[in-house]
Design a protein around this ligand. Structure first.
Ligand code: FES
Ligand code: FE2
Length: 389
């Protein structure tokens, strides 16, 4: 497959030049923004409706529900849902609410079942959401059964991930939302052959955009992570490409330093980089040498000052890895442990305090620099979606 955008080695050399010159890829302008964007319930509602209710977002990797009847439940910004694998291999997302008197049909986080059975009066539904049984229906009366199926949300599986638009009246077209560039990039990563392992969930008292922003930021590394990430990754040096709703950026590892003075010639410098894809509106996919880390951020269904962050490692299967099971487990345990420690000890405290700072009555406006390129894309795209009708 031909490369999308500038060839990788060319982008690495552009980043290396930035490192030599103490520069980085930049936007043309600074951007101002207001603290109310992180605290206002009206703005939060518009984001839930116009962002999450309109465009596809990743809810899981397909490998998390491999067999027919496998399901998980999830609170999306607008709907509490059950995501379930069908007998024909497709995936459906059902609103987790009984069509009798509205009880929650499934309360387990994860499982496998043949039908969903409501705990209140035991109506039951097929895994595709079709109403199967009305208990004691000789006394219940004539309900139109075809009107009583569980409500479905538009769902598609693509590039190994399950995508959902969080509105029953919407349609879904993941390729269209990704656009040619991001669709080609994701398809070239072969993510469908990989598996999710080590899912971690964090419910944090932070607006989802503040959280997402921290994982698009190449400027804070040296200051917020001096003894961890900054030992390995250069700060504020990025080769960046804007793909509209999405973007891609490359950071340099410090192992590249010998090539600051020396000419690397034609050799590949790929091992000295980390590449990140921002998959709008709410995911960061980090490409590591032997696996991917997917970070997703979702607003709370009502409180602008809370969000849910999920981390997944997306890895080669045990068979494809050629590792022993013990080594395979050890590597991913270690990997997620390091990542989670950095988040807990270094990012989350700053972000929780940022959220509190935003609630000051006289919080002033704030600035995104020209160097904060991926953050600029994120903000621009959310603003566009929220202001479009
Ligand atoms: S609310 Fe579900 S069966 Fe009555
Ligand atoms: Fe960080």
């Amino acid at each position: 497959m031909t490369e999308v955008g500038a060839p990788r080695e060319e982008r690495i050399r552009r980043a290396l030049d930035h490192l030599r010159n103490d520069t980085t890829d930049e936007f043309e302008h600074l951007t101002w923004f207001e603290p109310v964007e992180f605290t206002d319930p009206e703005i939060a509602k518009r984001e839930r409706d116009r962002v999450f209710g309109r465009v596809p977002t990743i809810v899981a990797h397909g490998s998390e529900i491999p067999r027919a009847g496998d399901f998980f439940t999830l609170q999306l910004p607008r709907n509490n849902v059950i995501v379930v694998r069908q007998r024909d291999g497709s995936v459906k997302t059902l609103v987790n609410q009984c069509r009798h008197r509205g009880a929650m049909v499934e309360k387990e986080e994860k499982g496998r079942c043949r039908l969903f059975s409501c705990p209140y009066h035991r109506w039951s539904y097929d895994t595709d959401g079709t109403l199967r049984t009305i208990t004691r229906d000789n006394t219940f009366g004539d309900a139109d059964r075809s009107e009583r199926n569980l409500v479905q949300l538009p769902t598609e599986e693509r590039h190994g991930f399950i995508w959902v638009v969080d509105d029953a009246n919407a349609t879904i077209d993941v390729a269209d939302w990704l656009g040619r560039d991001m669709d080609d990039i994701l398809s070239s990563q072969d993510l469908g052959t990989k598996v999710t392992t080590r899912v971690q969930v964090f419910e944090e008292p932070v607006n989802w955009k503040l959280m997402q922003d921290a994982f698009l930021d190449g400027y804070h590394i040296q200051y917020a992570h001096p003894n961890t990430a900054a030992k390995h990754i250069h700060t504020n040096v990025m080769a960046f490409e804007d793909f509209g709703h999405h973007c891609r950026f490359m950071n340099l590892r410090k192992t590249i330093d010998r090539w600051i003075e020396e000419d690397p010639g034609d050799r590949s410098l790929a091992e000295h980089t980390t590449e990140t894809y921002f998959i709008g509106p709410n995911s960061t996919l980090l490409r590591q040498p032997d696996h991917y880390q997917l970070l997703t951020f979702r607003p709370h269904p009502s409180d602008p000052q809370q969000c849910r962050m999920e981390i997944r490692l997306v890895c080669p299967t045990l068979e494809d890895s050629g590792m022993t099971e013990e080594r395979w487990n050890r590597i991913w345990d270690k990997n997620v442990e390091i990542l989670v420690a950095v988040l807990h000890n270094e990012d989350f405290p700053i972000l929780r305090d940022s959220q509190r700072a935003m609630t000051s009555a006289n919080a002033g406006n704030m600035l995104l620099g020209r160097n904060e390129v991926a953050n600029q894309v994120f903000r621009r795209e959310i603003q566009t979606l929220v202001s479009e009708n």
